[in-house]
Design a protein around this ligand. Structure first.
Ligand SMILES: [Ca+2]
Length: 349
């Protein structure tokens, strides 16, 4: 008993700073929220430093948006969904003690698209001893949800890191051609669109700076520092290796047939313009990256497509779907497509 009393005394006399250090050593939980453009699902991931016994996730969703049945994972498995007006709660009072919890929610966006916000109001967690686990990530957290649709240009890129790419000024690749001044002007128009507001990390680069191209047979890969950003690529496959890499129906809903220079769509349609005034704008996802391709048969068309994207409200009737094929007419014959000149919509995919 004497030894035990001594031990207790020693423990009591332990320097206080050591005990404080132990208490601060465990950091709180972190939360991420991402919008998946391909699946139209919102994924909330909560990572806790310790096992979780009770969990609550509270989300504000506008009434215009429909909510599908969520997929619940980790400590959120089996959570109950409660709705109070626009507030959605997922509550789990008997969680499985895991350290990661996920809520993946399908969100139905009304037809005609539009850009909506969803806000994660708060996350509440308790550990296996019913002690509150602090949340390190600042909340509330808001994210935009929107369909992958040209109707949402230029808001598609709001707050996201974007790689703005044009063909190199030197000859390269299988066509041994290079971007023209008109291609550069097209990119200036595209990124000058009112409402185009990418976030930090936005870069303008040449295709040869971001892609490694080898061949023949030709193959392409992203350079390591350019694998995560969204992409806006201006210029057709003749001038842009980035476009050559994307020129496949496994990625976009339309592409160039490089033997005939017809535009081919995934729905089987093909278009060849005897005047060679055709081109397309297409948007698609590559993983969770958004890719916008602006591609004319000639530099005249590519520059014109840039002007159309610069003026989305004037051309809202044709900026629709995930790809639009157009023919641009130089009515006054000055070699430049201008506002008010004729645009024929060939096909919207
Ligand atoms: Ca003209």
């Amino acid at each position: 008993m004497k030894e035990l009393a001594l031990l207790l005394l020693v423990l009591t006399l332990l320097p206080l700073p050591q005990l404080v250090f132990v208490a601060l050593g465990s950091s709180g939980a972190t939360v991420t929220m991402t919008w998946n453009y391909s699946a139209l699902t919102l994924l909330i991931t909560i990572s806790s430093p310790v096992g979780v016994k009770t969990a609550q996730t509270v989300l504000a969703v506008l009434s215009q948006l429909g909510i599908g049945t969520p997929t619940l994972g980790g400590f959120m498995t089996g959570a109950t969904h409660l709705v109070y007006g626009t507030e959605h709660r997922w509550v789990n009072l008997a969680a499985n003690g895991q350290q990661t919890g996920t809520v993946e929610i399908p969100i139905m966006i009304p037809l005609g698209a539009g850009i909506y916000s969803v806000t994660l109001i708060r996350v509440g967690l308790k550990d296996m001893s019913e002690n509150t686990i602090t949340i390190d990530t600042p909340l509330p957290m808001t994210i935009q949800v929107l369909a992958m649709d040209l109707t949402n240009w230029p808001g598609l890129f709001s707050g996201r890191a974007v790689l703005q790419v044009i063909g190199s000024g030197t000859r390269h690749g299988p066509f041994n051609d290079y971007a023209k001044v008109a291609d550069t002007l097209a990119l200036v128009d595209v990124v000058g669109a009112p409402g185009y507001a990418p976030g930090t990390g936005t870069l303008t680069r040449l295709d040869t700076e971001v892609i490694t191209e080898t061949g023949p047979p030709w193959s392409w890969s992203w350079k390591t520092e350019y694998t995560t950003q969204d992409v806006i690529a201006v210029g057709g496959p003749v001038v842009s290796s980035l476009h050559r890499m994307s020129n496949t129906l496994s990625k976009a809903l339309c592409m160039w047939d490089e033997s005939t220079w017809e535009i081919v769509c995934k729905d089987g349609s093909r278009y060849k313009d005897p005047l060679r005034c055709h081109g397309y704008i297409a948007v698609f996802t590559d993983g969770n990256r958004i890719v916008l391709i602006v591609s004319g048969y000639s530099a005249f068309v590519t520059r014109g497509l840039g002007l159309i994207l610069r003026n989305p409200s004037a051309y809202s009737s044709l900026l629709q779907g995930q790809a639009v094929i157009m023919r641009l007419i130089d009515n006054n014959g000055n070699g430049i497509f201008e506002l008010g000149e004729t645009v024929e919509v060939i096909h919207i995919v």
